[in-house]
Design a protein around this ligand. Structure first.
Ligand code: ARG
Length: 476
């Protein structure tokens, strides 16, 4: 938006569809300010698809002649080939994708082109285009989500028995398996897919036929158009159909959640890849070096994904704010819906595609994970649980093990490094000391700990494998 101070009336708007009512041309800056063609031209294919379905219905209802419909079809296929070979010219003076295509059609086929807009308005036309476009975008995103989910399953399967420390408060908490950790993300992305499937149902309704806001006096057949375009039904109120963009907001919200999940995974990958932690490595093709520090290998992809999540969240807020003060029905504000929507869809799709490619190649450093799980008393809860099973109330058991942890911290060793006598003494159980027997050490090992959490949702390798098998079925 350059030259904000200029207000030249230099461009002729006599070609505008609405110019007859105006006494002077629109100022050049106003023309650029109000035009959307630069960004809405990416809806050209769905705009043509919608127009053809509308024209077919107009002909079937005898609102236009069969000959006019044939001319419209001919003109549109010419336009499609011009778009394909790059010879179609977009003009800012024609404001948006709809008027650019209609003007070219009229140039190509004359009066038949001028009849296409019978019984419709750009208000229901644009609402239809966005829904068609978004439906396609959701389908593409679902494909990417599916391959990311299957990548996670593969990695989880490979590491169903690989032990790592599980964290709470970023402090070592209890041993878990890396497979279990990956399956947590598979769960999140499965819910994202579910949300998008649900959102698609509300996207997939036809606004066309609502015309500007009140419907149209022509004997249209909206169901027919809905069927041609693959919509599940028609929007039931014309005012609502041309004005609300809740379906786009809903999509942006689902996109924000999916990006938030990617962002959490990214944060973990970044931490794990830090040489200080060293749990994983990422293939070089997803990283970059530093221009000054030769030793660096930076996890740029996860960092950028974490950063882009902010943009996608911003898009959601943009759309909510765009909508909140609008009276019924259509207002030009709604032209501002497209860029945030396109950006969220593009960002999510590309991010998922890159992650689907990267995740199966995460290199897991199992030995480092194991060593980390052996530090930080990850099996302290297991010892407490052991004492509870021997009849001690949980709170007493918790306190006893806390004493033992304190003693080990001072000594600089792990619970499993103590002899039976030392463990009994460290737990400070008095006359209950002999509740601890040699078998306690089975529970203090990492394997003993994870294997014991053998129920639905638990970290035991057996459960992780079951979860993976169940998931595979849902992925088809
Ligand atoms: N480019 C416009 C949009 O995106 C199309 C609808 C224009 N309608 C109108 N009444 N000016 O919303």
């Amino acid at each position: 938006m350059a030259d904000l101070d200029k207000n030249k009336n230099s461009l002729d708007n006599k070609d505008q569809a609405w110019s007859a009512r105006f006494a002077e041309p629109v100022a050049e800056l106003v023309q650029r300010y109000t035009a959307s063609v630069d960004f809405d031209k990416r809806m050209a294919l769905v705009d043509i698809q919608g127009s053809l379905a509308h024209a077919e219905m107009l002909a079937a209802q005898k609102i236009i002649s069969a000959a006019d419909y044939a001319e419209i079809q001919k003109g549109m296929s010419q336009i499609l080939s011009e778009m394909k070979d790059g010879t179609f010219t977009w003009e800012i003076v024609l404001e948006d994708v709809h008027l650019n295509i209609e003007a070219r059609l009229t140039k190509l086929v004359g009066d038949a082109g001028k009849r296409l807009h019978t019984g419709r308005s750009r208000n229901d036309q644009v609402a239809t285009d966005i829904r068609l476009w978004l439906r396609g975008a959701i389908d593409e995103i679902q494909t990417e989500l599916k391959s990311l989910r299957s990548g996670l399953l593969g990695l989880a399967e490979k590491h169903a028995e690989t032990i790592m420390p599980g964290f709470t408060h970023l402090q070592v908490a209890q041993p878990i398996t890396f497979g279990h950790h990956m399956m947590a993300y598979a769960e999140m992305f499965a819910r994202d897919a579910e949300r998008l499937t649900d959102c698609r149902k509300r996207v997939n309704r036809l606004p066309l036929g609502s015309a500007a806001l009140a419907g149209t006096s022509y004997p249209i057949d909206r169901e027919r158009v809905a069927k041609t375009l693959g919509f599940d039904g028609v929007c039931q109120n014309s005012l609502d159909a041309v004005s609300d963009r809740d379906f786009a907001i809903e999509f942006c919200s689902a996109a924000s959640l999916a990006m938030t999940h990617i962002s959490r995974l990214s944060e973990e990958l970044i931490l794990w890849m830090s040489p200080r932690i060293g749990f994983i490595d990422l293939p070089d093709r997803f990283c970059t070096g530093s221009s000054i520090m030769p030793q660096k290998k930076n996890p740029d992809v996860p960092e950028l994904a974490r950063g882009k999540t902010g943009r996608v969240n911003g898009n959601l807020i943009s759309l909510l704010t765009l909508m909140k003060g609008q009276p019924l029905a259509y207002n030009k504000d709604n032209q501002e819906d497209k860029e945030p929507l396109f950006d969220s869809a593009d960002t999510l799709r590309d991010t998922l595609r890159i992650f689907a490619d990267m995740v199966p190649h995460i290199q897991v450093k199992a030995e480092t994970m194991r060593a980390a799980a052996l530090q930080g008393f990850a099996t302290a809860t297991d010892l407490a649980d052991y004492l509870v099973k021997k009849g001690l109330p949980f709170r007493d058991a918790h306190e006893a093990v806390a004493h033992a942890v304190k003693a080990c911290s001072t000594k600089g060793c792990d619970l499993s490094d103590l002899s039976l006598d030392d463990l009994r003494a460290a737990c400070d159980l008095g006359s209950n000391a002999n509740l601890i027997e040699q078998d306690a050490f089975e529970f203090l090992t990492l394997e003993g700990s994870v294997n014991s959490r053998n129920h639905v949702g638990g970290t035991a390798p057996e459960q992780v494998k079951k979860a993976i098998a169940a998931y595979r079925k849902t992925l088809g």
